[in-house]
Design a protein around this ligand. Structure first.
Ligand SMILES: Cc1cc2nc3c(=O)[nH]c(=O)nc-3n(C[C@H](O)[C@H](O)[C@H](O)COP(=O)(O)OP(=O)(O)OC[C@H]3O[C@@H](n4cnc5c(N)ncnc54)[C@H](O)[C@@H]3O)c2cc1C
Length: 390
């Protein structure tokens, strides 16, 4: 949408990689990619929402009605709402409805009832808590060009930079403690919270002076994946974004995927508006299923694998192969995050082949890698991709 980027630019913080804080070791920086533009932007949710709302508001053909809770979809384009200020309910008919009401979508539930299908909402055993790391006298307490990860195997803490030198940290921890593993259900008071952080994330309490207070005051969020077998009711209603396919946040792609939904739907509406909802729902499914799987896999990588020497060895090798075969071997993370011309399902498929190659090449650390055999493996299994448009 024209006009959004200039509003957002001052609010963006650029992250070039991950800073991994393994227990009792100095932080280790891993770049996201090897090109200058392979970076991730961190932006506040509220600032992004405000910029998008302002840009939409400025368009002559859009009217925004705040404070209207959608209660129900009654088929044939009929929607029921409640005004939150007066409590008055009202019904509307619409020719076409795009339902983007998030992971707990009311319209998805209503569509499931009216069309007779079942939605699978698979909850992760881990919940999350957000915590604010303030700047100290205006000065940042952590490097601002990185996403910080404290991986601890069964759980992890991450922190993303904000434009004012503060950080938003998120603790991902099992909702229920079990067999020697900590859980959110046993952190009831400030002393328990302090003990937990001192034992698991020793340097963290010094970054957040009111840690116990924040921890007890902030809500506990749930995470999960939504598997919805039907995203549309003919050309009347279409589920979009998290309402159709909510995923866990570990690839940082939920919102990006929702934006990509918008771009693709827009293209389909321009080509054949009368078939757009059906075509979108059919053609998008494989890609959303792929990013849902990759997001789950990335949780294992972030909270555990990033610490292992084998992971670091394969990461270095993957970057070397990318330099040698830039059109064929692109690390999966880079395909997902930096190549919007590569669909998620293609990134997943090629990622599996690449992982196989990496496993083969690192299987025997005592044997020197033969360059001709590496070339043969890569060239026979990975067809070239078109060069990125940068
Ligand atoms: C901890 C966490 C970290 C994340 N990090 C990232 C990240 O780094 N990168 C990324 O790309 N994604 C991330 N995500 C995912 C991202 O937040 C979602 O994928 C994205 O917000 C989905 O957008 P959406 O518009 O589909 O739904 P939402 O953003 O949930 O918006 C839904 C809207 O509908 C409104 N609504 C809901 N019900 C009703 C109703 N009945 N009537 C009227 N209005 C209603 C809500 O108020 C809300 O405004 C993260 C998610 C979590 C939980």
């Amino acid at each position: 949408m024209a006009g959004v980027m200039p509003r957002l630019q001052p609010l963006l913080t650029t992250m070039r990689g991950r800073m991994v804080h393994d227990a009792n070791k100095p932080g280790q920086f891993n770049a996201y990619g090897q090109r200058a533009d392979e970076v991730i932007w961190s932006v506040s949710r509220s600032a992004l929402t405000a910029a998008l709302t302002e840009a939409a508001h400025a368009l002559p053909n859009i009217r925004i009605h705040f404070g209207q809770q959608c209660l129900d979809y009654r088929g044939a384009g009929r929607l029921r709402f409640r005004a939150l200020d007066t409590g008055v309910e009202h019904e509307h008919n619409a020719d076409r409805i795009i339902a983007a009401d998030g992971a707990g979508s009311t319209l998805r539930a209503a569509l499931a009832i009216s069309c007779g299908f079942t939605v699978d909402e698979v909850r992760l055993p881990h919940d999350y808590k957000e915590l604010h790391i303030p700047a100290h006298n205006g000065v940042t307490q952590l490097a601002t060009d990185a996403l910080h990860i404290w991986p601890r195997g069964g759980h992890m803490l991450i922190a993303l930079p904000n434009a004012d030198n503060s950080f938003t940290a998120t603790l991902f921890l099992p909702a229920k403690a079990a067999a020697g593993q900590p859980g959110l259900d046993v952190l009831h008071d400030a002393a328990q919270v302090a003990d937990f952080f001192n034992a698991q994330y020793r340097e963290f309490p010094a970054l957040v002076p009111d840690l116990g207070k924040q921890f007890l005051a902030h809500p506990q969020g749930m995470l999960g994946t939504v598997y919805c077998p039907q995203w549309h009711d003919g050309e009347r209603l279409l589920l979009l974004g998290d309402a159709a396919h909510a995923i866990v946040p570990f690839h940082g792609q939920g919102m990006n995927c929702a934006f990509e939904d918008c771009r693709l739907l827009d293209e389909m509406l321009a080509v054949d508006s009368g078939q757009a909802f059906r075509r979108f729902a059919e053609s998008r499914r494989a890609d959303c299923a792929a990013i849902a799987r990759m997001a789950l896999e990335n949780y294992d990588e972030m909270r555990d694998a990033v610490r292992s020497p084998q992971y670091l060895q394969q990461r270095q090798l993957a970057l070397a192969l990318e330099r040698e075969f830039p059109e064929r071997f692109i690390p999966r993370y880079a395909m997902v995050m930096f190549r919007d011309d590569i669909p998620y399902s293609v990134a997943e498929r090629r990622g599996q082949i690449q992982q196989q190659i990496l496993d083969e090449l690192t299987a025997d650390a005592t044997t020197a890698v033969d360059a001709a055999r590496v070339r043969e493996r890569v060239e026979s299994r990975l067809v070239p991709l078109p060069a990125a448009v940068r």
